[in-house]
Every structure is written in structure tokens, then in C-alpha cells.
Design a protein around this ligand. Sequence first.
Ligand code: ATP
Length: 213
Amino acid sequence: MADTRIGLFGGTFDPIHYGHLRPAVEMAERFALSTLFMLPNHRPAHRGPTAASTDSRIDMLDLALENAPHLAVDGREALRDRPSYTIDTLREVHAENPEATLLFFMGMDAFAAFDTWHDWEGVLALANLVIVNRPDAEHSVFSADLLTRQQASRGAKIVNGGSGVIEILDVTQLDISATDIRRRIAQNLSVRFLLPEPVLEYIGDNNLYRENH
Ligand code: ATP
């Protein structure tokens, strides 16, 4: 169907928290997505290994999304036996759904460093970007310029059938980060109400994040 929109939200999700989940619900609503796919990735080489294993990160996502009808996990990147790039994933999704409009979601901090992504021009050729605001995250010179250029040439609103539009989406601001959650756990501090209760239980049961990375 030409009017199908596929939403993809990539991240390390180490662990998944409400700073991912609330914006994800708002993204799905704003773009009327029947499903927004959360794509846990291999941690990029320059960030070092993830603190929790791939299996644990996917288990935690599954627990977090149990009661979220419009959110689902797509494990294709995490389950590959090699690090993968967003461009490879978008090529795959495009090949599987050639008619669909692809929407790739990211926080402003990720967009500020978008020029470090492998073949970012290719990403824009295949997908539209939706950038969500995040507390304390600001444009870089690169991202501010790119936004201005793309909006001048492509417009500021995503339309069906196109790619290369970059849209900024205001979402409820939650100053939560996985780094802070891992740090608190390593210091034996509570992380209750920063992430869903079943995820909290899973972290406790599996003794995750006890040592800071
Ligand atoms: P870390 O602290 O380990 O870097 P993180 O909390 O930033 O992790 P990621 O898995 O790296 O989480 O983020 C996945 C995506 O979610 C990124 O595009 C990021 O910008 C976005 N994101 C993460 N936390 C928030 C938040 N609190 N508000 C809005 N977007 C967020």
C-alpha cells in the first residue's frame, strides 16, 4: 500500500526507560503508526560494549512493551552476528516494503552527531527523520545546517511516498538517561519510576548494572 508508514526507533536501550517509552507513544500517535518498531542495535564501536547482553536488552524491551499495543521490538540489528549500520537496516526494510514511507526516529543528541553515521546521505535518500527534543540536547553546527538545507529543499512536514524530510517533534520532556540509570544501580541507589516495574525486577533478578561501565 502506497500510504503505509513504517516507524523505526533505533537505540541501545541499555536499559529501556520512560525517556524512550513516552516519546515513542507520542511518535506513534502523531504519525498514526499502527506499529512503531524499536530497533535495539549493536553499540557502535566507539562507544564500547553494551553493559547488558543483547538477549537481556531484548528481554527488557519485551517486558516494557507488554502493554503497549503500538510499540514492538524488531531484533534484526541486535541479532546479527556483526555490527550493522542503520543504512543496511533501511535497505532491508525498504526491500521488504518497497511502497512504504520510512520514518526513522531519533533524539536531538543523536541527530547532532548524525554526520558520524555511516552513509548518512544514504539514510536520507531512503527515509525521513523525526527528531525528538530531549532535555539538554542541542543542535551541532552540522545538524542545524542540515535541517535548514533539507527543510528548504524538501519541506518541513513528512508526506507519504517521500524521503529526506527532517521533522522536529516536540514530545514530553523527561530528563532520563540509561547512563544515569546504570550509574545509580552501580551506586546501589533506587531507579524506581524511571523505568517500568517489570524491567526493574528483571534488572534485580539478573543482577545487571551492578558494576559501572
Ligand atoms: P545512554 O545514556 O546509554 O547513551 P540513552 O538513554 O541516551 O542511553 P539510547 O538507547 O542511546 O538511550 O537512545 C536511543 C534513542 O532514544 C536516541 O535517539 C536518543 O536520543 C533517544 N532518547 C534517549 N533518551 C531520551 C529522552 N529522555 N528523551 C528523548 N529521547 C531520548
